[in-house]
Design a protein around this ligand. Structure first.
Ligand code: BDR
Ligand code: CA
Length: 310
């Protein structure tokens, strides 16, 4: 087998962040070094607690968790209780991990791992980019120290998910000043995985039934987290945005990428909007082979696919 991909995750766990953590833990081609947390979907306390609890349930509590930024660089924290519940995991009562958080703070942990293995580590950001902006501020060499950066964020050709105008995607909307710093920096291998592709792989009724019929540890976690959302009589569509970014960090081939510069809007009217511009700093996800992604997701997480016609 080829060498594993060294990853560090930055998360605001978060229902789909939990699914992404499960995918990273259960991917034999990933070497998950650490996870930092950031306020976004929920408070930093909840995001950190949820991350520790999910790792415990996955039998992966040896992976260090570092608590990061509790609020955006400039703005008040805007959270997504409407999608992730008040506790960030859809109201699920997860068994409490006894594992402590790591000694470093989130941004310091990113800088630390980048220095420990220069040019090797890929950072996957699955929440607002606050920790990344702070890390960039204190370590301007970060773009050269990391091998790559994958951001779940943006809506480039399709509408965003911030109502009422749907002009922006959540992670970039929450901390647009941080997002602007990240997208203006010169990272090598910078991939942006936006709603244009993550909305192509929803948890449809069929997908949910496959998850419900599976009894692997990750399938059970996903059942617990998505249940309140998907079994609500007025269920909206639910997604696994963040897991697609992890899959792209391990093997970007199931997505087609368009090179662009990306301008993040920080004015109030267009807060967090991601606009394409001429340039090639960022590879922006344009189209996805959703079947290839879902097949990988099922395989890794022990979700049983029924044989055709069964
Ligand atoms: C992103 O926003 C969050 O609610 C999800 O966890 C994901 O990272 C999708 O817009
Ligand atoms: Ca997230």
């Amino acid at each position: 087998m080829s060498a594993r991909v060294p990853l560090i995750l930055d998360v605001d766990t978060g229902i789909d962040d939990a699914a992404a953590i499960a995918l990273a833990v259960h991917s034999p081609d990933a070497e998950l070094l650490s996870i930092s947390t950031v306020a976004g979907n929920t408070t930093i306390e909840n995001a950190t607690r949820n991350t520790l609890d999910v790792l415990d349930l996955l039998g992966a509590s040896a992976i260090p968790v570092y608590r990061g930024a509790s609020r955006p660089l400039v703005r008040e924290l805007f959270m997504a209780a409407y999608a992730h519940g008040n506790n960030g995991v859809g109201g699920a009562e997860l068994p409490k991990s006894k594992h402590p958080v790591g000694d470093l703070r989130g941004p310091a942990s990113i800088v630390h791992h980048a220095h420990t293995r220069p040019g090797e580590v890929t950072l996957v950001c699955l929440g607002p980019l606050t920790n990344l902006a702070i890390a960039l501020n204190v370590e301007p060499e970060l773009p050269r120290l990391l091998k790559g950066l994958v951001v779940m964020g943006g809506a480039f050709w399709t509408p965003g998910n911030i109502k009422p105008l749907r002009h922006a995607e959540f992670n970039l909307y929450v901390d647009p000043e941080a997002a602007k710093q990240a997208f203006d920096a010169d990272f090598q291998h910078f991939y942006a995985v936006g709603l244009d592709v993550t909305h192509e792989a929803p948890i449809s009724a069929d997908v949910w039934n496959l998850i419900l019929a599976s009894d692997s540890a990750p399938a059970s976690i996903i059942q617990a987290l998505y249940r309140s959302r998907l079994e609500h009589p007025e269920r909206g569509t639910a997604y696994i945005h963040d897991a697609m970014a992890v899959a792209a960090a391990l093997d970007p081939e199931f997505i087609s990428w368009a090179p662009h510069a990306v301008e993040i809007q920080i004015d109030e009217t267009y807060r967090g909007q991601s606009r394409l511009a001429d340039g090639n700093r960022v590879l922006v996800a344009r189209e996805v082979d959703a079947l290839a992604f879902m097949t990988r997701f099922y395989d890794r997480l022990g979700i049983q696919q029924r044989a055709a016609g069964a």
